[in-house]
Design a protein around this ligand. Structure first.
Ligand code: SAM
Length: 277
């Protein structure tokens, strides 16, 4: 089978996906270690038997609903290529907006201190460190398995981030650090438990610990907000990603902060909350 035939086969299998051509190229790029232009230029080159076998297995997994990122074991985030596994949430493009907004604030400071709570693959913490190398960045997660992936990503990207295993800010060393930070970010689980019945087949592949947050989706946010309010220093800011369905409810509950703002994601849905201590 030639590269051109393999691309055609992949596109046919993935016909029901929104971006079947893009996905077909991603699979072939990963399988053959070639860029998209290289694939196009070597369309008549033959795949080995082993490569054809792997491609067919990948296409079966994808057709069965497994996310492309799990098949490729990687996901892009803020210009970084992150390793992902079923133990971590696949980083989403909307979270890049949260990073953007935090960076606007961080770039005004000489040596900012940053904390990413519920880091998963390390996406937010690593993007911040990459974009703002003078920052001291710590990141935490309740999942030891997620932290393993985050640490591995930091190592591969040569980015220095301190990782802590903790339930929100309850770990003493993390609480001490939180008292000194300029910016805290959190994309914690925010789906209401009732959403379990409606999950798309792709979201079903994300770990449950990364998705649900009590009956209304706000349980973890409220717990973190309380802890952050008592620990953060005056003038520091918290940036939170929330469910557009309840971000204004969270906003209403945070009138005791010095300033608060809801801002929008890439498709103009109100999704994020910024709180100033
Ligand atoms: C929605 S995922 C987000 C991951 C990552 N921040 C991102 O944006 O891709 C939420 C993360 O919060 C972690 N988490 C859940 N409950 C937690 C808790 N009580 N304390 C710290 N982390 C928690 C999960 O393990 C998961 O990695």
């Amino acid at each position: 089978m030639t590269i051109a035939e393999a691309l055609e086969l992949a596109q046919k299998h993935l016909a029901d996906k929104a971006n079947s051509q893009g996905e077909a190229f991603s699979l072939l790029e990963s399988l053959l270690g070639k860029s998209k232009p290289e694939l196009v230029l070597s369309r008549s080159k033959l795949l080995t038997k082993e490569q054809v076998k792997t491609l067919k297995t990948w296409l079966e997994r994808r057709t069965a609903g497994e996310p492309l990122q799990h098949i490729l074991a990687k996901a892009p985030f803020y210009g970084l290529e992150l390793m992902v596994s079923p133990e971590v949430l696949i980083p989403r493009p909307e979270t890049e907006v949260l990073v953007d907004r935090a960076l606007q604030q961080l770039r005004k400071l000489a040596k900012p201190r940053v904390l990413d709570v519920g880091t998963g693959s390390g996406a937010i913490a690593l993007a911040i460190k990459q974009e703002c190398p003078s920052a001291e960045v710590w990141a935490s997660d309740l999942s030891a398995d997620a932290l393993k992936i985050a640490r591995e990503n930091a190592k591969c990207l040569h980015l220095e981030v301190t990782f802590i295993h903790a339930d929100l800010l309850t770990e003493p060393e993390l609480a001490d650090y939180a008292r000194t930070v300029d910016v805290l970010l959190a994309n914690l689980p925010y789906l209401p438990a009732s959403d379990k019945a409606w999950l798309s087949s792709e979201v079903q592949h994300d770990p449950e610990l990364a998705l649900f947050s009590g009956e209304d989706g706000l349980e973890l946010f409220y717990n973190l907000e309380k802890q952050a309010f008592s620990l953060l220093k005056k003038g520091s800011a918290g940036f939170f990603e929330l469910d557009p369905r309840n971000v204004w409810q969270a906003y209403e509950a945070c009138a005791h902060w010095s300033a608060r703002e809801v801002f929008q994601d890439l498709v103009l849905r109100d999704r994020f909350l910024r709180l100033v201590r």
